[in-house]
Every structure is written in structure tokens, then in C-alpha cells.
Design a protein around this ligand. Structure first.
Ligand SMILES: [Zn+2]
Length: 177
């Protein structure tokens, strides 16, 4: 038994072999059931702040791996975003829109509608898309080789109809890790 687990894309398995009849899709209900029961158990064990931090980190790892394995990082920025947008729709994650983009400063405001994590949730009065924050930052980190922070400023769970993220670069690094 190993003390730590390192995620690898191959760990997602061969779905065509493993689910020849049920296929690659499941329901949003099942996805949310897992995410929000993780949140329940983690927050009781580690506190809410730490839990949010871990969700952001997991989302970040997912974003990096998603970018590496699903997206085409050789594309110029606008085509890269168009490809990302299309993949997020085909995987039914959400509908991505770029509201503001400063490519020089690497600062963006983007929205995700019909978001997998939160659209239709009751109003909690706080944003809940911590995993998405990490996911968005992770994608951009893998693409640019720089470190990003994404902050959700509107969310279905705060009473808005779309999730809105402020995204900015936080420091330079020496290329993708
Ligand atoms: Zn949200």
C-alpha cells in the first residue's frame, strides 16, 4: 500500500472496454452527489477553509491534466480558447464565455453558464465553485507556463444565473512543469 497517490490520466481507465453498454456518460446528480458529500466529510474532518483549499488544488491538477491530455496547447490563444469552449460543451461541463481579456497582462473575466458544479443549486450566499477556480487556473497554467489565480465573483449559489471568474497571472515561472 502506497502512502500517497499520484494521479495519472491513464487512471481514468478504458471506458470503451469497461463500460461497453453504459458508455462514457453519467448524470449530473451523481457527479454532484460525490462532490458535495466529499465537501461534507472533508469539512468535518479538516474545516471548511482547508477543504476549499484542497478543492482548488484538486481542480488545478485536473485543469493541468485536462489541458495536457485533451487540449491542443500549440494553438494560438484565441483558437485555444475556442477549442476549450467547444470541449467544455461536448463534455457537458458548462458554457464558457470570455467577457474581458487582456492578453498582455494575462487578466481575464470569464463566465461559465449551466455550470456542472452549481447551476440550479439553492442559494448558499457564497460561491461554491472552488474546484472550477482551480480547474480554470490549471488549464491556463499548463498553457502559458505561468501561475494563475481564478476567483469566482458570481455563482448560482450567490443568486446569480451564471458563474463569473476573475482570472489573473500571479507570478512567472520557467515554463510548464
Ligand atoms: Zn458557481
Amino acid at each position: 500500500m502506497h502512502d500517497i497517490y499520484d494521479f495519472k490520466w491513464q487512471d481514468l481507465g478504458d471506458l470503451s472496454e469497461g463500460r461497453p453498454n453504459l458508455g462514457t456518460e453519467t448524470s449530473v446528480l451523481v457527479y454532484r452527489l460525490m462532490q458535495y458529500t466529499f465537501k461534507d466529510v472533508f469539512s468535518k474532518e479538516l474545516g471548511k477553509q482547508k477543504t476549499v483549499e484542497l478543492f482548488v488544488r484538486a481542480g488545478n491538477l485536473a485543469g493541468q491534466e485536462f489541458c495536457r491530455n485533451v487540449l491542443d496547447t500549440s494553438l494560438p490563444f484565441s483558437e485555444f480558447i475556442a477549442d476549450l469552449k467547444q470541449k467544455l460543451i461536448s463534455l457537458k461541463v458548462g458554457v464558457l464565455m470570455i467577457e474581458e481579456a487582456d492578453e498582455k497582462k494575462l487578466q481575464f473575466v470569464l463566465t461559465v453558464s449551466e455550470d456542472l458544479d452549481c447551476s440550479g443549486l439553492p442559494i448558499f450566499g457564497e460561491s461554491v465553485c472552488d474546484y472550477d477556480e482551480g480547474f480554470i487556473a490549471g488549464i491556463l497554467e499548463e498553457y502559458t507556463g505561468k501561475k494563475f489565480k481564478a476567483k469566482e465573483i458570481d455563482c448560482w449559489a450567490t443568486g446569480d444565473r451564471t458563474c463569473r471568474f476573475e482570472v489573473k497571472v500571479i507570478e512567472s515561472s520557467n515554463g510548464p512543469s
